[in-house]
Design a binder for this molecule. Structure first.
Ligand SMILES: *[C@@H]1O[C@H](CO)[C@@H](O)[C@H](O)[C@H]1NC(C)=O
Length: 166
């Protein structure tokens, strides 16, 4: 893990990666150091050439846990992942890809839409090395995760070995 300042925003980069979805380049998550509301954070990922982070599988959830394993406990120290139910206030979807949440890892009793005001999703520390998801007011100022896909030199070899999920 290493740190890199891009413009005025500090991101923590991880070297851990997972090759999910066959021939897609490996996905990597980065964590911001700055805190912002959900929508500002979403735009900031884009401005820095990243995508707003989405977690689609348990493997990806575990990648995020590895990236964040040195982070402090507490809801206020959580990180936005970019799921929201702001459309109908019921069903959650990933704002960037538009996918429904087929996979989720909410902590027990969440999402609870506390005070009828929680429509955006964070990951937060629940026990050493473990993180779970929680709904939070979208205006909360917290850190956030972005993602990007690393192009691999062997991408051509991968293309040559297409499997059904490519
Ligand atoms: C949720 O995350 C934990 C790791 O913190 C993992 O052990 C568990 O399998 C995950 N649950 C689901 C439903 O993926």
């Amino acid at each position: 893990m290493f740190y890199k300042v891009l413009g005025s925003v500090l991101f923590i980069l991880t070297l851990s990666k997972a090759n999910i979805g066959g021939c897609k380049p490996p996905k990597t998550y980065v964590a911001s150091n700055d805190r912002m509301g959900f929508h500002n954070a979403f735009i900031t990922c884009r401005q820095y050439g990243f995508e707003p982070a989405e977690i689609h599988t348990v493997e990806e959830h575990i990648m995020v846990e590895k990236l964040l394993k040195h982070e402090k406990a507490g809801l206020e120290h959580g990180f936005w992942i970019f799921a929201t139910n702001l459309d109908d206030k019921k069903s959650y979807y990933w704002l960037n890809s538009g996918r429904r949440l087929f996979y989720s890892n909410f902590s027990k009793g969440q999402p609870d839409n506390f005070k009828d005001n929680e429509n955006c999703v964070q990951v937060f520390h629940i026990s050493p090395g473990h993180f779970a998801w929680n709904d939070l007011p979208c205006t909360s100022q917290i850190r956030f995760l972005c993602q990007h896909y690393q192009e691999e030199k062997n991408q051509e070899a991968c293309e040559g070995n297409r499997v059904s999920n490519c």
